[in-house]
Design a protein around this ligand. Structure first.
Ligand code: HEC
Ligand code: HEC
Length: 211
Protein backbone atom coordinates (compact mmCIF):
# COMPACT_ATOMS: atom_id res chain seq x y z
CA UNK A 1 0.00 0.00 0.00
CA UNK A 2 2.67 2.46 1.08
CA UNK A 3 4.81 1.33 -1.82
CA UNK A 4 2.08 1.87 -4.41
CA UNK A 5 1.24 5.31 -3.04
CA UNK A 6 4.90 6.25 -3.29
CA UNK A 7 4.93 4.84 -6.82
CA UNK A 8 1.89 6.90 -7.76
CA UNK A 9 3.52 10.05 -6.45
CA UNK A 10 6.72 9.21 -8.28
CA UNK A 11 4.84 8.69 -11.54
CA UNK A 12 2.83 11.87 -11.11
CA UNK A 13 5.92 13.99 -10.49
CA UNK A 14 7.64 12.39 -13.47
CA UNK A 15 4.70 13.29 -15.69
CA UNK A 16 4.69 16.88 -14.35
CA UNK A 17 8.44 17.19 -14.90
CA UNK A 18 8.05 16.00 -18.50
CA UNK A 19 5.17 18.40 -19.11
CA UNK A 20 7.31 21.29 -17.83
CA UNK A 21 10.16 20.24 -20.09
CA UNK A 22 7.76 20.11 -23.03
CA UNK A 23 6.59 23.68 -22.35
CA UNK A 24 10.16 24.91 -22.01
CA UNK A 25 11.47 23.24 -25.14
CA UNK A 26 9.07 25.39 -27.20
CA UNK A 27 11.27 28.43 -26.64
CA UNK A 28 14.94 28.25 -27.62
CA UNK A 29 17.00 31.00 -25.98
CA UNK A 30 20.01 30.18 -28.19
CA UNK A 31 17.96 31.03 -31.29
CA UNK A 32 16.61 34.07 -29.45
CA UNK A 33 20.17 35.24 -28.86
CA UNK A 34 20.71 35.44 -32.63
CA UNK A 35 17.60 37.63 -33.01
CA UNK A 36 18.81 39.82 -30.14
CA UNK A 37 22.30 40.15 -31.65
CA UNK A 38 21.05 41.02 -35.11
CA UNK A 39 17.96 43.19 -34.43
CA UNK A 40 17.43 44.26 -30.82
CA UNK A 41 21.09 45.00 -30.05
CA UNK A 42 20.98 48.57 -31.38
CA UNK A 43 18.53 49.71 -28.74
CA UNK A 44 18.23 47.15 -25.94
CA UNK A 45 21.75 45.68 -26.00
CA UNK A 46 22.37 42.07 -27.05
CA UNK A 47 21.92 40.96 -23.43
CA UNK A 48 18.96 43.25 -22.72
CA UNK A 49 20.98 45.86 -20.86
CA UNK A 50 20.12 49.06 -22.67
CA UNK A 51 22.38 52.12 -22.79
CA UNK A 52 19.58 54.67 -23.06
CA UNK A 53 16.59 55.39 -20.81
CA UNK A 54 14.29 55.68 -23.83
CA UNK A 55 14.81 51.97 -24.50
CA UNK A 56 13.82 49.80 -21.53
CA UNK A 57 16.06 47.15 -20.04
CA UNK A 58 14.83 43.69 -21.02
CA UNK A 59 17.41 41.60 -19.12
CA UNK A 60 15.77 39.56 -16.38
CA UNK A 61 12.28 40.66 -17.41
CA UNK A 62 9.41 38.18 -16.96
CA UNK A 63 9.45 35.92 -20.05
CA UNK A 64 5.70 35.83 -20.70
CA UNK A 65 5.50 39.59 -20.18
CA UNK A 66 8.11 40.20 -22.92
CA UNK A 67 6.24 37.88 -25.25
CA UNK A 68 2.92 39.60 -24.52
CA UNK A 69 4.38 43.04 -25.23
CA UNK A 70 5.85 41.89 -28.55
CA UNK A 71 2.43 40.50 -29.53
CA UNK A 72 0.78 43.76 -28.43
CA UNK A 73 3.14 45.85 -30.59
CA UNK A 74 2.06 43.87 -33.68
CA UNK A 75 -0.72 45.05 -35.90
CA UNK A 76 -2.89 42.03 -36.70
CA UNK A 77 -5.20 41.91 -39.76
CA UNK A 78 -4.63 45.62 -40.39
CA UNK A 79 -6.10 46.56 -36.99
CA UNK A 80 -4.18 49.07 -34.85
CA UNK A 81 -1.74 47.41 -32.44
CA UNK A 82 -2.93 47.07 -28.83
CA UNK A 83 0.25 48.83 -27.63
CA UNK A 84 0.97 51.77 -29.88
CA UNK A 85 4.66 52.47 -30.52
CA UNK A 86 5.96 53.27 -33.98
CA UNK A 87 9.47 51.90 -33.41
CA UNK A 88 8.45 48.63 -31.81
CA UNK A 89 5.63 48.11 -34.32
CA UNK A 90 8.25 47.86 -37.04
CA UNK A 91 10.42 45.54 -34.96
CA UNK A 92 7.59 43.19 -33.98
CA UNK A 93 6.26 43.05 -37.54
CA UNK A 94 9.51 41.40 -38.63
CA UNK A 95 9.30 38.65 -35.99
CA UNK A 96 7.59 35.28 -36.33
CA UNK A 97 5.71 33.71 -33.43
CA UNK A 98 8.73 31.46 -32.84
CA UNK A 99 11.18 34.40 -32.90
CA UNK A 100 9.07 36.18 -30.27
CA UNK A 101 9.07 33.11 -27.99
CA UNK A 102 12.79 32.57 -28.44
CA UNK A 103 13.89 36.16 -27.95
CA UNK A 104 11.67 36.45 -24.85
CA UNK A 105 13.35 33.38 -23.36
CA UNK A 106 16.77 34.84 -24.19
CA UNK A 107 16.23 38.24 -22.56
CA UNK A 108 14.45 36.74 -19.53
CA UNK A 109 17.51 34.57 -18.86
CA UNK A 110 19.98 37.48 -18.93
CA UNK A 111 21.37 39.27 -15.90
CA UNK A 112 20.22 42.84 -15.38
CA UNK A 113 22.74 45.56 -14.65
CA UNK A 114 20.28 47.66 -12.69
CA UNK A 115 19.73 51.40 -12.93
CA UNK A 116 20.30 53.46 -9.80
CA UNK A 117 17.92 55.82 -8.03
CA UNK A 118 19.28 59.33 -8.55
CA UNK A 119 17.01 61.47 -6.44
CA UNK A 120 17.18 60.37 -2.79
CA UNK A 121 14.66 63.04 -1.69
CA UNK A 122 11.88 61.11 -3.43
CA UNK A 123 12.65 57.70 -1.97
CA UNK A 124 10.48 57.93 1.17
CA UNK A 125 7.29 58.75 -0.75
CA UNK A 126 8.14 56.14 -3.38
CA UNK A 127 8.72 53.48 -0.76
CA UNK A 128 5.41 54.23 0.94
CA UNK A 129 3.49 53.89 -2.35
CA UNK A 130 5.39 50.73 -3.22
CA UNK A 131 4.83 48.98 0.09
CA UNK A 132 1.48 50.36 1.29
CA UNK A 133 -0.13 52.23 -1.57
CA UNK A 134 -2.36 55.12 -0.57
CA UNK A 135 -5.50 53.91 1.17
CA UNK A 136 -7.28 57.29 1.06
CA UNK A 137 -6.79 57.65 -2.69
CA UNK A 138 -7.54 53.99 -3.34
CA UNK A 139 -4.06 53.23 -4.68
CA UNK A 140 -3.01 49.62 -3.99
CA UNK A 141 0.57 48.74 -3.05
CA UNK A 142 2.72 48.16 -6.15
CA UNK A 143 4.41 45.32 -4.24
CA UNK A 144 1.15 43.36 -4.31
CA UNK A 145 1.49 42.69 -8.03
CA UNK A 146 5.10 43.53 -8.94
CA UNK A 147 6.60 41.76 -5.90
CA UNK A 148 8.13 43.21 -2.70
CA UNK A 149 11.53 43.57 -4.40
CA UNK A 150 10.07 44.55 -7.77
CA UNK A 151 11.25 41.39 -9.50
CA UNK A 152 7.84 40.87 -11.11
CA UNK A 153 5.65 37.79 -10.93
CA UNK A 154 5.23 35.29 -13.75
CA UNK A 155 3.32 35.33 -15.96
CA UNK A 156 1.60 38.71 -16.03
CA UNK A 157 3.44 41.18 -13.83
CA UNK A 158 6.62 42.81 -15.14
CA UNK A 159 9.84 43.43 -13.28
CA UNK A 160 10.27 47.09 -12.36
CA UNK A 161 13.34 46.77 -10.12
CA UNK A 162 16.40 48.33 -11.72
CA UNK A 163 14.48 49.72 -14.71
CA UNK A 164 15.35 53.24 -15.89
CA UNK A 165 13.24 55.63 -13.77
CA UNK A 166 12.57 57.75 -16.87
CA UNK A 167 11.05 54.76 -18.67
CA UNK A 168 8.88 53.77 -15.69
CA UNK A 169 7.70 57.36 -15.34
CA UNK A 170 6.87 57.58 -19.04
CA UNK A 171 4.84 54.33 -18.91
CA UNK A 172 2.88 55.45 -15.84
CA UNK A 173 2.05 58.74 -17.56
CA UNK A 174 1.06 56.86 -20.72
CA UNK A 175 -1.29 54.62 -18.69
CA UNK A 176 -2.71 57.71 -16.96
CA UNK A 177 -3.37 59.41 -20.31
CA UNK A 178 -4.75 56.09 -21.66
CA UNK A 179 -2.19 56.28 -24.47
CA UNK A 180 -1.05 52.87 -23.27
CA UNK A 181 -4.11 50.70 -22.88
CA UNK A 182 -2.88 47.11 -23.13
CA UNK A 183 -3.09 46.35 -19.40
CA UNK A 184 -5.50 43.51 -18.59
CA UNK A 185 -8.67 44.67 -16.83
CA UNK A 186 -7.38 48.27 -16.87
CA UNK A 187 -5.23 47.37 -13.86
CA UNK A 188 -2.57 49.98 -14.50
CA UNK A 189 -4.80 52.66 -16.03
CA UNK A 190 -7.00 52.64 -12.91
CA UNK A 191 -3.97 53.00 -10.63
CA UNK A 192 -2.09 55.59 -12.68
CA UNK A 193 -5.21 57.77 -12.93
CA UNK A 194 -4.93 58.35 -9.17
CA UNK A 195 -1.23 59.27 -9.12
CA UNK A 196 0.15 62.82 -9.27
CA UNK A 197 3.30 63.70 -11.22
CA UNK A 198 5.24 63.89 -7.94
CA UNK A 199 4.03 60.43 -6.88
CA UNK A 200 4.83 58.96 -10.30
CA UNK A 201 8.38 60.34 -10.14
CA UNK A 202 8.84 59.14 -6.57
CA UNK A 203 7.70 55.57 -7.19
CA UNK A 204 9.72 55.38 -10.43
CA UNK A 205 12.90 56.44 -8.60
CA UNK A 206 12.18 53.97 -5.83
CA UNK A 207 11.64 51.08 -8.26
CA UNK A 208 14.90 51.89 -10.07
CA UNK A 209 16.79 51.41 -6.81
CA UNK A 210 15.08 48.13 -5.83
CA UNK A 211 17.19 44.96 -5.94
C1 HEC B 1 15.35 51.32 -32.82
C2 HEC B 1 15.30 50.97 -31.40
C3 HEC B 1 14.69 49.64 -31.00
C4 HEC B 1 14.99 48.37 -31.48
C5 HEC B 1 15.97 47.99 -32.58
C6 HEC B 1 14.19 47.46 -30.68
N1 HEC B 1 13.47 48.14 -29.74
FE1 HEC B 1 12.23 47.33 -28.34
N2 HEC B 1 11.75 49.18 -27.65
C7 HEC B 1 12.25 50.37 -28.15
C8 HEC B 1 11.59 51.48 -27.49
C9 HEC B 1 11.84 52.95 -27.75
C10 HEC B 1 10.71 50.92 -26.54
C11 HEC B 1 9.77 51.67 -25.57
C12 HEC B 1 8.42 51.80 -26.18
C13 HEC B 1 7.51 52.65 -25.34
O1 HEC B 1 7.92 53.71 -24.88
O2 HEC B 1 6.37 52.23 -25.12
C14 HEC B 1 10.82 49.47 -26.67
C15 HEC B 1 10.11 48.56 -25.92
C16 HEC B 1 10.23 47.19 -26.01
C17 HEC B 1 9.53 46.24 -25.19
C18 HEC B 1 8.58 46.56 -24.05
C19 HEC B 1 9.32 46.43 -22.73
C20 HEC B 1 8.50 46.71 -21.52
O3 HEC B 1 9.10 46.77 -20.44
O4 HEC B 1 7.28 46.85 -21.63
C21 HEC B 1 9.93 44.99 -25.59
C22 HEC B 1 9.46 43.66 -25.03
C23 HEC B 1 10.87 45.17 -26.67
N3 HEC B 1 11.04 46.51 -26.91
C24 HEC B 1 11.48 44.12 -27.33
C25 HEC B 1 12.35 44.28 -28.42
C26 HEC B 1 12.92 43.18 -29.15
C27 HEC B 1 12.71 41.72 -28.83
C28 HEC B 1 13.67 43.72 -30.15
C29 HEC B 1 14.45 42.98 -31.22
C30 HEC B 1 13.68 42.06 -32.03
C31 HEC B 1 13.57 45.17 -30.04
N4 HEC B 1 12.75 45.47 -28.97
C32 HEC B 1 14.19 46.08 -30.88
C33 HEC B 1 13.21 50.49 -29.14
C34 HEC B 1 13.73 49.47 -29.90
C1 HEC C 1 -3.42 44.75 -9.45
C2 HEC C 1 -2.07 44.49 -9.91
C3 HEC C 1 -1.13 45.66 -10.10
C4 HEC C 1 -0.78 46.62 -9.17
C5 HEC C 1 -1.28 46.79 -7.76
C6 HEC C 1 0.22 47.44 -9.82
N1 HEC C 1 0.46 46.99 -11.09
FE1 HEC C 1 1.73 47.81 -12.44
N2 HEC C 1 1.23 46.39 -13.84
C7 HEC C 1 0.31 45.40 -13.64
C8 HEC C 1 0.19 44.61 -14.86
C9 HEC C 1 -0.72 43.41 -15.08
C10 HEC C 1 1.09 45.16 -15.80
C11 HEC C 1 1.36 44.67 -17.22
C12 HEC C 1 0.45 45.33 -18.21
C13 HEC C 1 0.62 44.76 -19.62
O1 HEC C 1 0.36 43.57 -19.79
O2 HEC C 1 1.06 45.48 -20.50
C14 HEC C 1 1.73 46.28 -15.12
C15 HEC C 1 2.67 47.12 -15.72
C16 HEC C 1 3.27 48.19 -15.10
C17 HEC C 1 4.25 49.05 -15.72
C18 HEC C 1 4.80 48.93 -17.13
C19 HEC C 1 6.16 48.23 -17.05
C20 HEC C 1 6.91 48.15 -18.36
O3 HEC C 1 7.94 47.47 -18.37
O4 HEC C 1 6.50 48.76 -19.34
C21 HEC C 1 4.62 49.98 -14.78
C22 HEC C 1 5.62 51.09 -14.95
C23 HEC C 1 3.86 49.68 -13.57
N3 HEC C 1 3.06 48.60 -13.80
C24 HEC C 1 3.99 50.41 -12.39
C25 HEC C 1 3.24 50.17 -11.22
C26 HEC C 1 3.34 50.97 -10.03
C27 HEC C 1 4.30 52.11 -9.82
C28 HEC C 1 2.42 50.47 -9.14
C29 HEC C 1 2.06 51.00 -7.76
C30 HEC C 1 1.66 52.39 -7.67
C31 HEC C 1 1.77 49.33 -9.79
N4 HEC C 1 2.30 49.19 -11.05
C32 HEC C 1 0.79 48.55 -9.22
C33 HEC C 1 -0.41 45.17 -12.47
C34 HEC C 1 -0.36 45.90 -11.32
Amino acid sequence: MIRSAAMAIFLATTVIAHAAEGAKSKADPAKGKIVAETICVACHGADGNSMSAANPHLAGQVEDYIYKQLSNFKSIDGKPAVRDNAIMAGMAAALTEEDMRNVSAWFASQKLTPAVAKDESKIALGQRLWRQGDFKKGVPACAGCHGPAGAGLPAQYPRLAGQFPEYTEAQLKAFRAEQRANDPEKMMRTIAAKLSDVEIQAVSEYAAGLR
